[in-house]
Write a protein that binds this ligand. Structure first.
Ligand code: ARG
Ligand code: ZN
Length: 845
């Protein structure tokens, strides 16, 4: 196998052999781990290959012994694996090999975090543990024996049920057949938070959350969130949990967010640990979402898994859609939608414009881990959402039921899923499949025409893509009080389509793409005044926000294109109407919505709108608008701030979250205007991390006498809390005052660590988004040196950071040339990992 050779979706073939049972034994010590496997293979009846050769994946393994049916087989070690010849149709393979988790810094396969052992096998980590058919369509029943020094390690976990425990060893049996990417092993010392959940049909499930002892007081929220996940899954999807035990283990060193291993989820501590004093409102809701996400994988991912890794979005797109719905049902749907679309448009649309543009179902990969992307996850979820919009909740659930009826226990494809949706509802999704076979963001334009004489409202829709997408366009036609004259869903499917609405006595204002019913770039002919009207009167909160965003965008990039005073008058009315005069007390989500409306499009989003990215120009133009906002609204912000800044015990209700959001955005603008005392007062008196962070962010917008006092105070208060320290680092790396020198100082800090992805993300990741301060030769050189270091120690994170350069071709000439040099420099290093190679190759193509 050559690293330059990609794997193609079209080359999929069935495995010649399958596995009945897998019995593993782990003997873990501080200097090595011995893995013994006993695997019963059989010929796949569906495969027509007759080679009688078995290739097993295996990387960085020391083979100790190998037996086939108790005899020495005809085998050879080959690159990245082991080949056994002359095999019977059924046989037992016994292998013993040695691995070194204590030296594994890649956080892939079996490794250590704070002295505890844990695993990450998705996508191809299992082959770094033992020789195996490391592919998701080979499922088997696992039994796992674990031995470790009982003085040192008290917790020994694997998937399924604990069937035996004698001093220093445990045996786990997982009755549900699974692919090896869902295997997990945890050995170490943890504190345990325990609870139970009674399923709808009356089964008692033991819930366990394992964390490092000093974090045990931060597990309450996660446990409650887990129970809410179980309950929601039953209520909304009619799906119950299938084992007697569900475990979550939190580790500090983890490449991604979390992993849905059967019955034994392993989480980045960031997505488990929570307390009012250490996480923000957004963190709480994100933690709940990730806990939900991993739990929901039990059905969409584990019970029904992927046939091959090209189908990753089968489980990820669907599970993200489900976790989005979970959060929407539990919190404020419209705000969740605004945040999700903002992420999609800021990050996924940008990915679509980058060198790593790819299909939701990719056609090829060199390193699968490079495809755990916004496109596969977030755009994948948008596609599922469109299916839901077409079929409605009832139809969608009918489709889900048929999907499980057909495929429970199988490894299937995205086509199998869509076919179930189609068959259950008698709905034709053929043309819809372009969403999976066409990359890039579709562009659509919409023009309307009102005829006073015949009272018709005509709508012309035009698609500007290679193919004609099939998508739902949710809309409403509003009269001048915002009342709906007409609303519904238009089915768009042709290159050009006309829709005619009759009997329209007055000219309506159309509200298009409500709730962002399709992941497209829509250009409409709405006038400036109509947009202003929609900001104030659209009953679709998403479109209120979206129209405000469009107006901000124009004001920032082409200030002459809109009437600033009229726009600001509208913003003022939104602020006053819904709040100060108390006329709108019942709309709890309103303050969160106002906060969203007051938030300018990010620099990253603005870059997308530029032909050539000029980070400095964008930054300056955006700053100008911030100053205009302050000039106009400073007094109002002060009033709102003092009205909202009253002591209230912490609650995570929409009302309370909204209060804090609005209060803190006012504080932010006030700080920019120089009111640092206010922010410092809040810093000292805040009763929750949410407000403390908000004040700290306000204090570091520019140099002032409070900034360092606050940062030092924050450090001393929280220096023993790893999670809060990530905030401490990232806030400094994102600050407008950060520069390469200050980042180097942070990297010398005793709490900085190259081997902990969270810390790298908080320092280097954050700095790479600090556009005006990062984008220069020194910034690039710093990043490149880090990438080169990570190429050895942790190529997955190395590749993530390399992706910063994926947009190089769109930058101004000087920065473009500099970034290209970096890519070439990295490409030239010895032993370049597949991960980084694939990113660079795509970038330089
Ligand atoms: N399946 C996990 C999730 O989304 C993500 C794990 C990805 N890990 C990786 N190394 N690629 O829930
Ligand atoms: Zn997932």
């Amino acid at each position: 196998m050559n690293k330059l050779q990609p794997i193609y979706r079209k080359d999929y073939t069935l495995s010649e052999y399958l596995i009945h049972t897998t019995e593993l034994e782990f003997d873990l010590t501080e200097t090595q781990t011995i893995v013994t496997s006993k695997i019963s293979f059989y010929k796949n009846p569906k495969s027509n290959k007759k080679t009688n050769i078995l290739f097993l994946d295996g990387i960085d393994l020391e083979l100790i012994s190998i037996l086939v049916d108790k005899a020495k087989p005809d085998y050879k070690l080959v690159e990245q694996g082991l080949e056994i010849n002359n095999l019977a149709d059924e046989f037992i393979l016994e292998i013993k090999n040695c691995i070194h988790p204590e030296k594994n810094t890649s956080l892939y396969g079996l490794y250590q975090s704070n002295g505890n052992f844990c695993t990450q096998c998705e996508a191809h980590g299992f082959r770094q543990i033992t020789y195996y058919l490391d592919r998701p369509d080979v499922l088997s029943v696992f039994t796992t024996h674990i031995k470790a020094d009982k003085q040192k390690y008290l917790v020994l976990l694997s998937n399924g049920n604990l069937i035996k425990q004698i001093n220093g060893s445990t045996t786990w049996h997982d009755p549900t057949p699974k692919p090896c990417y869902l295997f997990a092993l945890v050995v170490g010392n943890f504190a345990l938070k325990e609870d139970t959940y009674i399923t709808l049909s009356g089964n008692e499930v033991t819930l366990k959350i394992y964390v490092q002892a000093h974090n045990i007081n931060k597990t309450q929220f996660a446990m409650a969130a887990l129970k809410r996940s179980f309950a929601w899954e039953e209520k909304r999807f009619g799906l119950e949990y299938d084992l007697d035990i569900y475990m979550i283990v939190a580790v500090d060193d983890f490449n991604m967010g979390a992993m849905e291993n059967k019955g034994l989820n392993i989480f980045n501590t960031t997505y488990v640990l929570a307390s009012i004093d250490t996480v923000t409102d957004k963190d709480f809701i994100d933690i709940e979402a990730v806990i939900g996400h991993e739990y929901f994988h039990n059905w969409t991912g584990n019970r029904v898994t992927c046939r091959d890794w090209f189908q990753l979005s089968l489980k990820e797109g669907l599970t993200v859609f489900r976790d989005q719905e979970f959060t929407s049902d539990l919190h404020t749907r419209s705000i969740k939608r605004i945040e999700d679309v903002n992420t999609l448009r800021t990050l996924q649309f940008a990915e679509d414009m980058s060198s790593m543009q790819h299909l939701v179902r990719p056609e090829h990969y060199i390193e699968m881990n490079n495809f755990y992307t916004l496109t596969v996850y977030e755009k994948g979820a948008e596609i599922i959402r469109m299916v839901h919009t077409f079929l409605g909740e009832v139809g969608f659930q009918k489709g889900m039921q048929l999907y499980f009826q057909r495929f429970d226990g199988d490894a299937v494809t995205i086509d199998d899923f869509i076919q179930s949706m189609s068959d259950a509802n008698n709905f034709d999704f053929d043309q819809f499949m372009y969403w999976y076979s066409q990359s890039g963001t579709p562009e659509v334009s919409i023009v309307s025409d009102y005829n006073h004489n015949d009272k018709t409202f005509k709508v012309f829709i035009r698609q500007h893509s290679q193919c004609d997408y099939f998508f739902p366009l949710r809309f409403a036609l509003l009269d001048d009080t915002g009342t709906k004259l007409e609303s519904g869903i238009l089915t768009v499917k042709d290159k050009e389509q006309i829709f005619i609405f009759n009997n329209m006595d007055v000219e309506p204002t159309p509200s298009w793409l409500r709730g962002f019913s399709a992941p497209i770039k829509l250009k409409s002919d709405l006038t400036f005044k109509q947009k202003i009207f929609l900001v104030r009167h659209d009953s679709d909160a998403f479109n209120q926000w979206d129209n405000a965003q469009q107006l901000w965008l124009s004001l920032i990039l082409i200030p002459s294109s809109i009437n600033q005073d009229l726009f600001f008058d509208a913003i003022e009315k939104v602020l006053k109407n819904t709040f100060l005069d108390g006329s709108c007390v019942s709309l709890v989500q309103d303050k969160s919505l106002i906060c969203e409306i007051l938030t300018l499009p990010s620099e990253q989003f603005l870059h997308q709108q530029q032909e050539i990215i000029d980070v400095f120009e964008v930054h300056d133009k955006r700053e100008k608008v911030i100053n205009k906002i302050i000039e106009r609204f400073k007094l109002l912000f002060s009033k709102i701030y003092s009205k909202l800044n009253i002591y209230q015990p912490y609650e995570l209700t929409p009302e309370a979250v909204g209060n804090r959001a609005l209060k803190n955005i006012c504080l932010y603008y006030l700080a920019i205007s120089g009111e640092f005392e206010l922010a410092f007062e809040q810093f000292k008196s805040a009763n929750c991390m949410n407000d403390k962070m908000a004040s700290l962010k306000a204090l570091i917008v520019s140099d002032n006498s409070y900034k360092n006092i606050a940062l030092d105070g924050f450090y001393h208060e929280f220096k023993n809390d790893t999670q809060v320290m990530d905030k401490y680092f990232s806030i400094q790396s994102s600050a407008s005052t950060a520069n390469v020198e200050s980042i180097k100082v942070l990297m010398q800090h005793k709490l900085f660590s190259f081997n902990t992805p969270n810390r790298l993300r908080s320092v280097i990741g954050s700095f790479s988004q600090n556009y005006v301060n990062f984008h220069n030769q020194q910034g690039y050189e710093l990043l490149t040196n880090i990438i080169i270091k990570l190429n050895q120690s942790n190529p997955q994170i190395g590749a993530k950071l390399t992706s910063v350069y994926n947009h190089w071709q769109r930058f101004t000439p000087k920065l473009k040339a500099l970034q290209k040099q970096q890519l070439e420099k990295i490409l030239a290093i010895e032993n370049l990992s597949n991960n980084i190679f694939e990113i660079i190759q795509a970038a330089l193509k």
